[in-house]
Ligand binder design. Structure first.
Ligand code: ADP
Length: 695
């Protein structure tokens, strides 16, 4: 098909090629070289035109009619250059005829069409480009018609970008960052109004961080609200956030849409720019108002848009840093109030990064003397120069910290601290590693409390018990000695009443003696000084001895001794502390007597269990039994069952001491009982290599 034919027909191309071109998304139009009349155009091109020029109406009409703005955008001049030079030329987006309102942007190419070597027509191929490109276009308009001017403009833009980016260098908190950035924007562009909002999506609000208002508007009260709720979709703030890019509102354009923009109502304000700062999410918004559109779009918008992601990131960082600093401050406030001394040692430097006032008080020095001091130089921790046990303590402390820095926990170490004035205190200290992000140990924490008074009390208490033991036992032993002597007299020599009195005094003295003994055991247990000295002994012999003593001295209950799977003369050897085993049997037996009515039966039994390599002893009574609520507690120190008969005296320590003694033997103790059903107390002692010897 020749151009001549086209000219004549002034109709779209025909045939397959024509069909393809007709449906291509690329817009194409053919113009003649004389008056630049439209010779042919596919459907895509026609759809770009204003409605009256669509559906073939434009064919045969000159370019300046179809696209009136072509003349002043330089498009006509470009056509002429292509016709004269015969060389293809790009049509940049800046040359977009403004009548193409429905198309965000486009660019194209002008190709000369030759017939017999002569340029007889020009083909315009147009490609619509996207919103992003529109944004880019708005940000970086490049006018190729004046390359020098464009270059200068680009240089200027870079200078602005540099100024804005440099402004955020030293800002660590969001507010200072906002102030610095607004300062830079003011220096570069002097807008009438400037505001920097921080976005708090979790609270659906924008918070004002900084603002700047030029002289004539300064009297307008609260131009920028301190908080803006992100609820109303029609606010320019929300629109800018939703479109994730700069939003421009102006007095001249889109008045209806912008009616929510209060800033446009201010005297002298023609145009307002909202630039959301994106870094994964919208971190904030910068608002700037100008007296002219050009100031906003040509000057401010390109550099500010380029900086927006960096500003977003810097704001997110500053917010994170501030939150961390605030959290740390809160933590320090709490730590500062604690009565325990706390010292944090940095893993990297070995220096004390933090010490609370209690630490300084306990160590007898001023807080600044501790802070920043390196671990091995610190007066508090350096063992050198200290003497004897203080040196040993300081070494232990250093080791605890070093262990903590290696990831270990050191708990409840007793350390003697020598204060600078020579005074000594005892502290209970623990050290632990502190891990940072990624699990790396960043610090070691040392926590210590003054236990000097406690230690002194402990000392006094154990001295008191030693004295009490001696003072209480001595007269008791004398009384019991004389009682035994009195009992030696033949029955005829002493009156029956006196004999009865002597027996009862002897019984009570024995009871008193056992109580003193138990109380002392509790004290020893508290300080872990209760020792069990085990020898190879016959368990049955020990139990038999206690049972026969009871049989001789007690007549209130019927006492049965029951052996299971062992002969009466057999022996059962194991490692036992004779006195302690007898004390356990004694405690269980005396409880059985105490808590069961006179005349009832009490059974003491022994059964070996060779599979488990242990021997089980039980004491069974027909007494009051124990309520289910009390059962879990009866082995606790000083515990007495709620529902037991309170007229029966006791301290609630017999079972506690028994359990400790059984456990010291590596055994177990338990009870089966219910209220009014009697009780059976079981004790299992390990036998180990013990064996049954039949005689
Ligand atoms: P106490 O000096 O009070 O007897 P124990 O430690 O020996 O102290 O016993 C703790 C509590 O367990 C007792 O107060 C009692 O309530 C309960 N208890 C111990 N043995 C028996 C028993 N054989 N029958 C019923 N209750 C018992």
């Amino acid at each position: 098909m020749t151009l001549h034919m086209l000219k004549e027909q002034a109709a779209p191309l025909s045939g397959y090629a024509a069909l393809m071109l007709e449906h291509a998304s690329t817009a194409m139009a053919l113009f003649d070289t004389d008056e630049l009349c439209l010779l042919a155009a596919n459907r895509s091109f026609q759809s770009l035109l204003e409605p009256p020029w669509r559906q073939g109406q434009a064919l045969g009409h000159p370019l300046t009619e179809v696209l009136p703005s072509a003349a002043h955008t330089g498009l006509v001049a470009q056509f002429r250059r292509v016709i004269e030079g015969g060389v293809s030329s790009h049509v940049e987006a800046v040359a977009v005829p403004t009548s193409f309102m429905e198309v965000p942007s486009w660019h194209g190419i002008l190709d000369p069409v030759r017939e017999q070597g002569q340029v007889t027509a020009v083909l315009l191929t147009v490609v619509a480009i996207t919103d992003q490109a529109l944004a880019q276009k708005t940000v970086q308009p490049v006018d190729l018609s004046s390359p020098h001017e464009a270059w200068e403009r680009e240089q200027q833009r870079l200078r602005y970008v540099e100024t804005i980016l440099l402004s955020m260098r030293h800002a660590s908190a969001p507010r200072t960052l906002a102030q610095e950035v607004l300062g830079a924007l003011h220096t570069c562009f002097s807008p009438q109004l400037l505001a920097f909002y921080s976005a708090e999506p979790e609270h659906h609000v924008l918070s004002l961080l900084a603002s700047h208002v030029q002289e004539p508007l300064q009297h307008v009260a609260s131009i920028f609200p301190v908080r803006i709720a992100l609820e109303n979709d029609r606010t320019p703030f929300m629109e800018a956030i939703q479109q994730q890019g700069p939003l421009i509102t102006s007095v001249s354009r889109h008045r209806a849409v912008d009616q929510e923009d209060r800033l446009l109502a201010l005297p002298g304000v023609q145009c307002v720019v909202y630039v959301p700062l994106w870094h994964q999410r919208c971190e904030g918004i910068v608002v700037a108002a100008f007296g002219s559109m050009a100031e906003a779009t040509d000057l401010l918008l390109p550099p500010l848009s380029a900086c927006a992601p960096h500003l977003g990131e810097a704001l997110a960082d500053a917010r994170q840093r501030t939150a961390t600093a605030e959290e740390q401050q809160r933590l320090h406030t709490v730590l500062d109030q604690l009565p325990e001394g706390i010292v944090l040692v940095e893993a990297r430097t070995g220096r004390i990064r933090y010490a609370n006032p209690a630490a300084a008080r306990l160590l007898g020095c001023a807080l600044p003397q501790l802070l920043g001091v390196s671990l091995n130089r610190s007066a508090l921790l350096s063992p050198y120069g200290l003497k004897g046990r203080s040196q040993q303590s300081a070494f232990r402390w250093n080791f605890a910290l070093i262990h903590a820095l290696w990831g270990k926990h050191v708990t409840n170490q007793e350390i003697i601290v020598t204060r600078p004035n020579g005074e000594e205190i005892v502290v209970l200290s623990s050290a632990a590693p502190v891990r940072g992000p990624g699990g790396f140990i960043t610090e070691a924490v040392l926590v210590f409390q003054d236990i000097t008074t406690l230690k002194q009390l402990e000392q006094q208490k154990s001295e008191f018990f030693a004295v009490a033991n001696h003072e209480l036992r001595t007269p008791l032993t004398t009384i019991m000695g004389f009682m035994e002597l009195l009992q030696l007299h033949p029955p005829g020599e002493i009156d029956a009443f006196y004999r009865c009195a002597i027996e009862s005094i002897t019984g009570e003295c024995e009871h008193l003696s056992r109580l003193i003994h138990d109380l002392l055991d509790v004290t020893r247990l508290e300080y872990a000084r209760l020792e069990v000295k085990r020898d190879s002994l016959d368990f049955l012999g020990l139990v038999r001895q206690v049972v026969s003593t009871y049989r001789q001295t007690q007549s209130t209950h019927r006492l049965q001794f029951h052996l299971e799977a062992i002969g009466p003369t057999d022996r059962l050897f194991g490692q036992f502390d004779a006195l302690r085993v007898q004390q356990i049997v004694h405690n269980l037996l005396s409880n059985a007597m105490k808590y069961s009515p006179t005349g009832t039966e009490i059974e003491v039994g022994v059964r070996p269990s060779y599979e488990r390599q242990e021997v089980v002893l039980w004491v069974k009574d027909q007494g009051s039994g124990i309520d289910a609520d009390d059962l879990p507690h009866i082995f606790e120190r000083f515990y007495r069952a709620e529902k037991s008969d309170r007229s029966i005296t006791g301290f609630g320590i017999g079972l506690y001491v028994s359990r400790e003694l059984v456990q010291a033997h590596g055994g177990r103790i338990w009870v089966e009982s219910s209220l009014d059903q009697g009780s059976i107390f079981f004790v299992a002692f390990p036998l180990g290599k013990a064996h049954l010897v039949s005689s």
